[in-house]
Structures are given as C-alpha cells and as structure tokens.
Design a protein around this ligand. Sequence first.
Ligand SMILES: [Cu+2]
Length: 172
Amino acid sequence: MKKSMLATLLLALTTITHADVVVHHGYLRASAPGAPNSAGFMVLYNRGDKEVALTSAATEAAQVTELHNHVEDNGVMRMRQVAHVQLPAGAHVELQPGGYHLMLMGLKGQLTEGQRVAVTLGFNDGSTQQLELPVVRGAPTRQHHPDHQHDHGHQPPHGTGHQSDSSAGHHH
Ligand SMILES: [Cu+2]
C-alpha cells in the first residue's frame, strides 16, 4: 500500500494522469513586471478510447483562468474564449502559442522563470487533474507582424509566353 502511494507520488512529479489524459511539456509563460495576464501551454494526450473534453483550468496565481483559442479574423489572429477543448481518443492536442491556451487573467504576482505553479484542469467527465507547471521565459511565441501589404497594382504579367512567330507578318 505504502509502496504504491510512493510510486504514485513519484509519478506525479513528472506526469500526472487522470481520465486517461496525459499532460506533457506544460509551462506557463513568464510575465513582465506589472503585466496583468499570462498564458499556459501543454500537450494533452488522450490515451483512452473515449473522447474527453478539457472544460476548465484554475490556478491560485490568477484571478481568472479561461480556455482560449486563436482564430483568424480577416487576417488578424484574435483570442476567443472557448467552452472546451476536445480531446479525441488517441489524439495529442497541443495548447500552443497562436492556438489553444490557458489564459491567466488578473495575475496576483509576477510569474518569473523558475517558479512552479499549481494548475488544476477540469474535464467533462467531472474528473480533475493537478499539474505543477514551470514558468518559462522566452518560450517561442508567434509574433504579430503588422500586415505589410504589397501594392497590388504591379503584379507581374503572367502567361505572356512569347510565341516566336517565324512567319514575320502576313503577306498579301
Ligand atoms: Cu488568451
């Protein structure tokens, strides 16, 4: 009994499993001083044979934690809150910059590299999963480049293959 508890604890230090969902590569993005928000990313692997949905996330580090996605709206990526993130059976679903993410809003303190933050995930089957995510600085982010539109008036002509016409004009 004790042995299995210890094994569970040791397992918990690396990967915590519940509801057949395994979480890999989880982290929270370090925040700038005074910044109100941060985001969390991870890979969720549903190793079960039933679809599961991630329906909530919570952490003491922020007032509110929402599930967000990025959607393209007229060429501009915008964040939208989503009610759930579907995890099909056998699938890896990535929460990553520019896509699904945990949105931490109203940070109670700056998130600095090296911290570890407890995060609780909730699933649609009523189960929850406790994570302890490291805070990482300089994680890959998708930059929002200002849209640089090239002028459309100078598109190179296409399809003007020069036919070499050796008949050199029509003779009457
Ligand atoms: Cu967001």
